[in-house]
Design a binder for this molecule. Structure first.
Ligand SMILES: Cc1cc2nc3c(=O)[nH]c(=O)nc-3n(C[C@H](O)[C@H](O)[C@H](O)COP(=O)(O)OP(=O)(O)OC[C@H]3O[C@@H](n4cnc5c(N)ncnc54)[C@H](O)[C@@H]3O)c2cc1C
Length: 374
């Protein structure tokens, strides 16, 4: 009952490599670590990846499966905080990585678009500002006034984001790991790294997002472990939500698989304090809120087949944390996506790989770890 829906799918096998000396060690076998290992191995570096459990068993195999462009904050906020040019560059950069995901994911990704819903009049105003800002900067977006069908009367407006899509996230991450192994990366599962000094490598990249690794020195704990919970129903007769749907500032999110299975997550705000934890347990109040929401959407109580929780890393300014760890010579970090990490994790894994190889990494300045210490 408490097993993540995505992880029940059998794993595809991947080649077992051994490298003599690792120039780069990557800690964490989620989307960030696997993307980083792929980029490094394809770039000719010798790389060894350590995962405490199995590939994709952290948040990358426990999430909603939404592949969304942009950052965790809305586009107008990003423009205000970063300035218009950098916000535009940031959003366009993530769209480029959505394209790259589509190229390598095969049937682990479908470009369905996503529907960001307004829950009330004030959220409607926010979405109006968002769609105007996106369109003014040349991004594809469509305003939906009073969504119809099963959404009619519940949500006053929505934005359709055409570039977005839906993932089988565990399948994607395992595929990225397989590609990394094919390119020569050594992947060590069931191997927890206890201290950085234990690792024989020139550079160590910690890619553990919200899971406390104990490896991050001065910034340990500043990417705050935050729990999110989900459930999956037995297949429902009608597929009403093929694309990702999300509302209440992302607090609620849901979509259906092709067989009718409904996956719903969120309602963290029912019990906000208890969800600042790294414990992957499900809890009664949040699971009840998710069930109530499903009953309201469908008018009856479907059978619940899976319930699960995962941990993501929250950062107060909602920006990723990528770069060399302050005061450390060979230690780097990539994480802190504030619940928006599948496309960003894929992108930031590549970004940190480029940076440690000394190649141009233009957006690195936005994600500097030093800012966490200010
Ligand atoms: C319920 C839920 C729903 C979400 N929904 C979405 C969504 O729909 N779309 C989206 O974009 N994002 C979503 N997110 C966020 C997204 O899943 C994460 O941001 C993303 O998966 C982070 O990937 P990662 O590779 O950086 O970290 P993870 O996938 O968490 O991987 C980190 C890995 O590090 C390992 N590890 C930790 N410490 C050590 C150590 N010392 N040694 C070795 N290994 C270690 C862990 O076992 C873990 O497997 C959601 C998150 C949750 C929890």
């Amino acid at each position: 009952m408490t097993s993540p829906y995505w992880l029940e799918e059998p794993r595809e096998t991947f080649p077992q490599r051994r490298v003599k000396h690792a120039e780069v060690a990557v800690v964490g076998g989620g989307i960030t670590g696997c993307s980083c290992a792929l980029s490094l191995a394809r770039g000719g570096a010798s790389v060894r990846l350590f995962e405490a459990r199995q590939i994709a068993e952290g948040a990358s195999g426990r999430n909603g499966g939404f592949a969304l462009r942009g950052g965790a904050a809305g586009y107008p906020d990003a423009k205000e905080w970063l300035g218009a040019d950098q916000a535009r560059e940031y959003w366009a950069w993530t769209e480029g990585y959505l394209d790259r995901i589509e190229e390598l994911a095969g049937d682990a990704f479908r470009r369905t678009g996503s529907l960001r819903l307004a829950n009330d009049a004030s959220e409607r105003e926010e979405l109006r500002a968002e769609v105007d800002a996106l369109l003014a900067d040349g991004f594809a977006a469509e305003w939906v006034d009073e969504p119809g069908g099963v959404l009619a009367g519940r949500f006053p407006a929505a934005i359709l984001h055409p570039p977005d899509g839906v993932l089988q996230p565990a399948r994607l991450v395992r595929r990225v790991a397989a590609l990394a192994a094919e390119a020569g990366a050594e992947i060590r599962e069931q191997e927890r790294v206890e201290t950085v000094t234990d690792i024989d490598a020139d550079v160590v990249i910690v890619a553990t997002d919200g899971y406390p690794s104990g490896l991050l020195g001065p910034i340990e704990g500043l990417i705050v472990p935050t729990r999110a919970q989900m459930l999956a129903t037995a297949p429902l007769p009608e597929v009403l939500f093929e694309r990702p749907h999300y509302g209440r500032h992302g607090f609620d999110y849901w979509h259906q698989r092709a067989d009718g299975t409904l996956l719903v997550g969120g309602f963290r705000d029912v019990s906000m304090e208890s969800e600042f934890t790294a414990d992957e347990a499900v809890t009664e109040p949040i699971q009840r809120a998710l069930e109530r929401f499903v009953s309201e959407l469908f008018g009856h109580e479907p059978e619940i087949v899976n319930r699960w929780a995962g941990i993501f890393g929250l950062v107060t300014d909602l920006m990723p944390v990528v770069g060399r760890v302050p005061g450390e010579d060979r230690l780097w970090v990539a994480g802190g996506y504030s619940g928006h990490g599948m496309v960003l994790g894929f992108a930031c894994g590549d970004l940190v790989a480029e940076a440690v190889r000394g190649r141009p990494a233009p957006l690195l300045g936005l994600f500097r770890p030093e800012r966490l210490l200010l």
